[in-house]
Design a protein around this ligand. Structure first.
Ligand code: MG
Length: 381
């Protein structure tokens, strides 16, 4: 029997790589549905290749360009309605940003497997997502390369034997620059990631280290360890994807070439492993594997992530929402690179914490964070 896969966010970087994996293993998987925001041309192409039962897009869709009989959802909440309508053996959540929270909660209600590439929904959803997972018996499997590495390394011991999780960070393109030199880095420098080919927002987040900050919170959400048991390490080669240190001093690490198609496939086939599209790693050709400490003063995104995680409630949502908004302003040329950190700091200081006990409370905190960033950026101009 083929596994049915629902792919939410099929046209982005993770979405298209998931399509590659599904095509490679067409004997194992069939596609139940695809969704995108606005890249409808890619969606038409994918639908005509993969013949899903459902497609969804925020933008309008032309039924003539889709295989006959395809059911269509459109509008701002199209992905959420698709997630409600289509239960699949595996739902891949590859939508980017906070917008994935409602589709995630809808998908959980089917009580099946969710392979999650989106970290923002976990960071913001927190206990709400946990409560829904246990209420509906759904299973969450990480696609994010670091979290997939930790998920695999955790299979080597008991939970109470774990000393700490060690997330690796490439350090991004500016790892060797001083804070002073960061003032005038250009947008194209920020988008030139040394090891991974990814979407624009996550590439920027890798340069500021907000991506690692989000992953510190994401790891806590996924594996239920507190801030004191989660650490980060700079590893510029992106070969060691993350590690788990056990209390006897053993460190279990996960190594491969940086290729997202591997963790995507593992989340789809788990607990099985099969041939993948990822080129094998030849360690003898990969020259030194380096590791450096992360300096939380050099990278305020890390310090603020720990503060937000310890505070919990809506503070992780504020951290994420402020960073999403600041990234938009940076892409629009309205603020500079180091202003991103200032804007997030301003939002974290401006907003009072409260419990993240409903989608409305989380949405309100997300909106307040974006507003606080706009105010702070406005003052600077
Ligand atoms: Mg990652």
């Amino acid at each position: 029997m083929k596994k049915e896969v629902l792919l939410l966010g099929s046209t982005g970087s993770i979405g298209t790589q998931t399509v590659d994996v599904l095509k490679k293993h067409a004997d194992r998987f069939s596609v139940r549905g695809l969704s995108c925001r606005g890249d409808v041309e890619t969606l038409y192409r994918q639908a005509n290749e993969l013949h899903p039962e459902f497609v969804a897009a925020e933008a309008p869709l032309d039924p003539e360009r889709l295989p006959k009989g395809t059911e269509i959802f459109t509008g701002a909440d199209a992905a959420e309605r698709l997630a409600e309508a289509a239960d699949a053996d595996v739902t891949v959540l590859a939508i980017s940003g906070y917008a994935a929270l409602r589709p995630l909660l809808a998908a959980i209600k089917h009580g099946r497997r969710i392979a999650i590439a989106n970290k923002e929904s976990l960071v913001c959803g927190g206990r709400l997502v946990d409560a829904a997972l246990s209420a509906y018996g759904a299973e969450l499997l990480p696609i994010d390369s670091e979290q997939s590495a930790i998920f695999q390394a955790l299979q080597n011991g008991r939970r109470d034997e774990v000393k700490r999780l060690i997330l690796t960070a490439s350090g991004g393109p500016f790892f060797r620059k001083t804070r002073g030199e960061l003032q005038d880095v250009s947008l194209s420098d920020a988008l030139n990631h040394p090891t991974w080919k990814m979407g624009k927002k996550i590439t920027l987040d890798s340069a500021t280290l907000f991506n690692k900050g989000l992953e510190i919170i994401e790891a806590s959400r996924l594996f239920h360890f507190g801030a004191e048991q989660i650490s980060a390490l700079i590893h510029p080669q992106s070969i060691v994807h993350s590690m788990v240190e056990y209390r006897d001093g053993t460190i279990m690490a996960n190594l491969s070439k940086p290729d997202m198609r591997l963790p995507i496939q593992y989340a789809l086939t788990y607990p099985e492993r099969t041939e993948s599209l990822c080129e094998p790693l030849k360690l003898e050709l990969n020259h030194p594997l380096e590791f450096y400490p992360v300096d939380p003063e050099r990278f305020p995104a890390i310090r603020m992530a720990y503060d937000a995680l310890r505070a919990d409630g809506v503070m992780p949502t504020v951290y994420n929402g402020a960073n999403e908004r600041a990234a938009e302003l940076y892409f629009a040329g309205r603020i500079g690179f180091t202003d991103i950190e200032d804007c997030v700091e301003a939002a974290l200081n401006a907003i009072e914490n409260r419990p993240a006990d409903s989608v409305d409370a989380i949405a309100a905190a997300d909106a307040a964070a974006r507003y606080a960033v706009d105010r702070h950026a406005g003052k600077k101009q």
